[in-house]
Design a protein around this ligand. Structure first.
Ligand code: GLN
Length: 446
């Protein structure tokens, strides 16, 4: 069914970079056979899933939407991919993204521009745009994305699906191609909250292959879907409904708060005073980490190697010039500059200090509240090409999703209305490792 749907719509949506029809069909057949023989089936048995193309899949091309990895076939599975195999899901293929997860619209992919299924003149968001669009268009039931500064939540919001950025460390990053290691986390994208809880259940937990994965018990997420929000204390940061957030986005959040109030929750306005520094802090830290992480793509170990070099140094330079796109180069340069001796204290070290203040803002609010609520993005999905000329306007679109990565807290985006025929997302933010409360609150909107 998935392949049928992909054949029907993917030439318009362009969500997939690589399809694996033969393997997927063979595997589905073995599952069919097992169906008659087994007594018990996992909850995700046989479900079609798509994987963002920065999560490695053994023997299935993994490009990060970059020319430098155009023909890269990994020799191992990411931990999440292994866990999905254990759960007997069927991987359908790999999904488009902004190159190395740098971007908010999918327009930074080196291969194709995914379109928003609600209106193909608009972007699906990014960087996990392929993952959100594929679920929204019914090509797969579930997908995995990754979220470093909003890349699961913002495309989920733009495409009208549910996207979760779990707590940093909740899911193993082993096999996720690193962008900014202290911010990166894999996240499930689904059509509804219940599916999201199932998917998180399957992939969460500590992993000996990732020392930053957290040794914290994984609760039963499904039992959180009670619909009961009586007595829930909600904080609404005034910075998240301020200037720059479109009026209809603001209104959709206020409407959602009314619904929650009607169910017995209460809300109050609060302040996260260091929010205004989040964007600058994020772009400094994430670019610094990226400049170090992407040093491994040198033409020796993986992927593309130039044909036009006489010396080793020239080979490195030429390979990277040919392989990386403009946005990736921009960030490597920015990060290398911020980390260079003489500037380190002024930029990188200062940004680390501000990160601590941003994290503290959240801790202060969570002393008195259960969740924080705001919009996921300041606008609905913008038009293709609308923000490509000026990287600063593109970066500003992440203003409401970045603080959670800096603080490491979990956040979910659920559909909460439409503006001009395009979906809007409500963002619910929780305490570290309290994804259950996010599911509980989000579930009331279905
Ligand atoms: N849009 C943000 C960026 O370009 C976030 C990306 C992400 O979360 N991977 O860095």
């Amino acid at each position: 069914e998935s392949f049928k749907r992909i054949n029907e719509v993917d030439h318009k949506i362009e969500a997939f970079l690589t399809l694996d029809e033969e393997k997927a069909m063979n595997y589905a057949n073995t599952l069919d056979e097992a169906l008659g023989k087994k007594d018990e089936f996992g909850l995700l048995f046989g479900m079609p899933i798509g994987i963002k193309d920065n999560i490695v899949t053994k023997g299935l091309r993994t490009t990060c939407a970059s020319k430098i990895l155009e023909n890269f076939d990994p020799i191992y599975d990411a931990t999440v991919v292994q866990k999905l195999k254990d759960a007997e899901t069927v991987t359908i293929g790999k999904l488009n993204m902004d190159e190395f997860a740098m971007g908010s619209s999918n327009e930074n992919s080196s291969f194709k521009k995914t379109k928003n299924p609600w209106n193909t003149n608009h972007v699906p968001g990014g960087s996990s745009g392929g993952s959100a669009a594929a679920v929204a268009a019914g090509e797969v039931l579930f997908s995995l994305g990754s979220d470093t500064g909003g890349s699961v939540r913002q495309p989920a919001s733009f495409c009208g699906v549910v996207g979760l950025k779990p707590t940093y460390g909740r899911i193993s990053r082993y096999g996720l191609v690193a962008f900014a290691s202290s911010l990166d986390i894999i996240g499930p994208i689904t059509r509804n909250v219940e599916d999201n809880a199932y998917l998180l259940q399957a992939i969460a937990g500590v992993d000996p292959m990732d020392s930053t994965s957290a040794n914290v018990d994984v609760p039963d997420y499904l039992s959180a879907l009670t619909g009961d929000v009586k007595g829930l204390r909600i904080a609404v940061p005034k910075e998240y409904l301020a200037e720059g957030v479109k009026e209809d986005v603001r209104q959709s959040v206020l409407d959602a708060l009314k619904v929650l109030e009607g169910l017995g929750a209460t809300w109050e306005e609060v302040s996260l005073p260091h929010s205004k520094y989040a964007l600058a802090t994020y772009y400094l830290l994430s670019s610094s980490e990226a400049s170090a992480n992407l040093a491994r793509f040198d033409g020796v170990r993986y992927g593309h190697r130039t044909n036009n070099a006489e010396s080793l140094l020239e080979m490195y330079k030429q390979t990277r010039s040919e392989g990386f796109g403009d946005e990736v180069k921009r960030r490597i340069m920015l990060g290398t500059f911020a980390l260079s001796s003489g500037y380190y204290d002024a930029y990188y070290k200062k940004a680390q200090k501000v990160r601590t203040l941003i994290k503290k803002d959240f801790e202060d609010v969570f002393e008195n509240f259960d969740v924080i609520i705001g919009p996921t993005a300041p606008t609905h999905a913008f038009r293709l090409g609308e923000n490509t000329k000026d990287p600063m306007t593109m970066y500003a679109n992440d203003i409401l999703t970045i603080p959670m990565n800096l603080a490491g807290v979990p956040a979910i985006s659920v559909p909460c209305g439409f503006s001009k025929g395009l979906p809007l997302g409500l963002q619910i933010i929780g305490k570290h490792f309290d994804e259950s409360t996010l599911f509980r609150v989000a579930h009331t909107f279905e």
